[in-house]
Ligand binder design. Structure first.
Ligand SMILES: [Zn+2]
Length: 307
């Protein structure tokens, strides 16, 4: 069955100022490499719809959605926190990034595709219920997960987050919802400066020290994520796919390789194949070294297609 590739031109228009690492070229290099590897034509391409107010309000208070919309500038940049800013095109991009996860969920639940990748920005996993931060405005993956629970009636969904930063927003949003299993690996110490413990059967946090490398990452995932996932038996597997743990990425020091991202994708697909009819919805989070991002994201997409 095909794999969906969901994006929107608006996601390329969002920019946070000269030299900001979360830049439009991130999406371009992924598509360029998909073309070069001749994978682009084998994906089922979709334009992301806008998330509706109601879809966003499943995971954010209405006041947060209204606050972000109200900050949207007519020109220039509106700064929401020291490293998170809106340009006139940001609101549209953020609505499309969240909406991509809704469409991806509908496509895999409807059986049109087995897996989906949302190549979108701004990213989402730092956005808390009521706080935009860390390049994130709305929490894209949780909008998809909430849609799966509320619209499609699922009882158990997993979110796997291998971005090098803790997905504090995702954990904040689902901290009281046992229908969601969150498995996370992240470097600590590092932004956002939190190292919350695990909650058995609900949140599996694997903090890794700077310089940890492939072996430590794979060991943590195998020893901690995998048993929790097998016991939980998710009906749909979401992935917060951040590639900023790559050795070439200068925002962190986890020292992962492109092969590690292929490996963890195989693991996610294996869980989905055993418990969730193969259903995986993955969405782009971080990844700031452009060649490493392209190589890692394309390795990830390739495994979504072939695993
Ligand atoms: Zn990150």
């Amino acid at each position: 069955m095909p794999v969906a590739f969901i994006t929107h031109p608006a996601c390329r228009l969002h920019q946070m100022g000269e030299g900001h690492p979360e830049q439009p070229a991130r999406l371009d290099v992924i598509e360029e490499l998909l073309h070069a590897r001749q994978l682009h034509d084998f994906l089922r391409h979709h334009e992301a719809p806008r998330a509706t107010f109601e879809q966003l309000a499943r995971v954010h208070p209405r006041s947060h959605v209204e606050h972000v919309a109200a900050q949207s500038p007519a020109e220039g940049l509106a700064r929401l926190d020291p490293d998170t800013a809106m340009c006139p095109d940001t609101l549209e991009a953020a609505l499309r990034a969240a909406g991509a996860n809704v469409l991806a969920t509908d496509l895999v639940m409807g059986g049109q595709v087995r897996r989906a990748f949302c190549s979108v920005r701004p990213p989402g996993h730092h956005a808390e219920r009521a706080q935009a931060m860390g390049f994130c405005f709305f929490n894209n993956v949780t909008v998809g997960a909430a849609h799966a629970l509320e619209e499609h009636g699922l009882e158990r969904v997993a979110i796997l987050d291998f971005d090098v930063h803790l997905g504090n927003g995702t954990e904040d949003i689902f901290k009281n919802d046992r229908r969601v299993l969150i498995c996370s690996s992240f470097q600590y110490p590092l932004y956002p400066g939190l190292n919350p413990g695990s909650v058995p059967g609900h949140i599996v946090n694997c903090a890794l020290p700077p310089g940890a490398g492939s072996e430590a990452f794979r060991k943590a995932v195998t020893q901690h994520w995998l048993p929790a996932l097998e016991a939980f038996a998710p009906q749909l597997v979401f992935v917060s796919a951040g590639f900023d743990g790559h050795v070439a990425d200068e925002l962190a020091e986890l020292r992962l390789s492109t092969a590690d991202y292929a490996w963890v994708t195989d693991l996610a697909c294996g869980v989905a194949d055993r418990h969730a009819q193969g259903r995986v919805v993955s969405t782009l989070e971080g990844g700031y070294d452009l060649p490493a991002l392209a190589a890692s994201a394309v390795a990830h997409i390739d495994r979504l297609m072939t695993s």
